[in-house]
Write a protein that binds this ligand. Structure first.
Ligand SMILES: CSC[C@H]1O[C@H](OP(=O)(O)O)[C@H](O)[C@@H]1O
Ligand code: ADE
Length: 301
């Protein structure tokens, strides 16, 4: 696979964020690498662009090549910003998760429609200085994308659980049994360490977002299954990742190039700061995200 590099003219419509075990996307053609600088720092690595099933796709390994970034040190803002900067309008997020329910088994695919953010030390908004914006997160997953992913999951022969809550813990340690039982009492479906604040930031960036959660373990609540350990996760992951690659191809082939849905308007009416109160430096820093709203407002006087 030959690669060109550089960020100039790098464009894509569909973003894939690869999680644990998914560090590259096979099957991409016309591959090039883009190193994208953002006002929020560096993404986890170069964005890999190419064609997949006739669509322009951008792939980014969340933990970086060689899995160098822990869930707490991933620069989620830079990752989402970088995808937005190259034109991505819809993001498929692939994640390894633990199951919190008997019927959700290792090897199954869960398509959560809710998240619980139990993280403690992550930058979780683009709007933490100079501009205040409050986006809605009642439905954090794009329903249109979720529907397509569900169909595709079934058509590749995997067991799909559509809906349910993904509980995001800070990690990197796995949970104690006491925590795991507590979380089960909250009726969550799966547990992981990365989808928050990723999903929040995708909404702030007005990107459609859906998680493909690949179940690797039963965390540590199960009475007859071993408590989760990385070694066991990696064994299941090797199988899951093969499935994920087939599934992603199928999903991408069914997606419209440009998403047309409400996610693309998430910031409409959400910016509460008066345009004239926004300093020039903040306008520049946030232009990609809010330019069309504050310029229009200013024009109306
Ligand atoms: C290697 S197991 C724990 C690790 O896997 C998940 O990451 P990702 O969501 O990127 O697949 C989990 O959140 C932890 O970061
Ligand atoms: N049990 C678990 N807890 C947190 N993150 C995970 N990722 C995969 N399995 C997990």
């Amino acid at each position: 696979m030959s690669r060109r590099s550089g960020a100039g003219q790098a464009r894509a419509d569909i973003g894939i964020i690869g999680g644990s075990g998914l560090y590259e996307m096979e099957g991409l053609t016309q591959v090039r690498e883009a190193r994208i600088k953002t006002p929020f720092g560096d993404p986890s690595g170069p964005v890999i662009l190419g064609q997949l099933e006739g669509r322009r796709v951008a792939f980014l390994a969340r933990h970086g090549q060689g899995h160098r970034f822990s869930p707490s040190t991933i620069n989620y803002r830079a990752n989402i910003y970088a995808l937005k900067a190259i034109g991505v309008s819809q993001v498929l997020s692939v994640s390894a998760v633990g199951s919190m329910r008997e019927t959700i088994q290792p090897g199954h695919v869960v398509l959560p429609d809710q998240f619980l953010d139990w993280t403690k030390r992550r930058a979780s908004t683009f709007f933490d200085a100079d501009v205040v914006a409050h986006v809605g997160l009642a439905e954090p997953v794009c329903g249109r994308l979720g529907q397509i992913v569900e169909q595709a999951t079934r058509s590749v022969g995997a067991v799909a659980h559509r809906g349910g809550s993904y509980l995001c813990i800070e990690g990197p340690q796995f949970s104690t049994k006491a925590e795991s039982h507590l979380y089960r009492s909250w009726h969550v479906s799966v547990i992981g360490m990365t989808n928050m604040p990723e999903a929040k930031l995708a909404r702030e960036a007005e990107l459609c977002y859906a998680t493909i959660a690949l179940v690797t373990d039963y965390d540590c609540w199960h009475e007859t299954e071993e408590a989760v350990q990385v070694e066991a996760i990696l064994t299941v992951l090797r199988q899951n990742v093969l499935l994920a690659k087939r599934l992603l191809r199928e999903v991408v082939g069914q997606l419209e190039e440009k998403a047309v849905c409400g996610c693309q308007q998430a910031l409409k009416g959400a910016i509460i700061t008066a345009p004239e109160a926004i300093p020039a430096a903040a306008r520049t820093r946030l232009h990609l995200l809010i330019g069309r709203y504050i310029e229009a407002k200013k024009g109306r006087g």
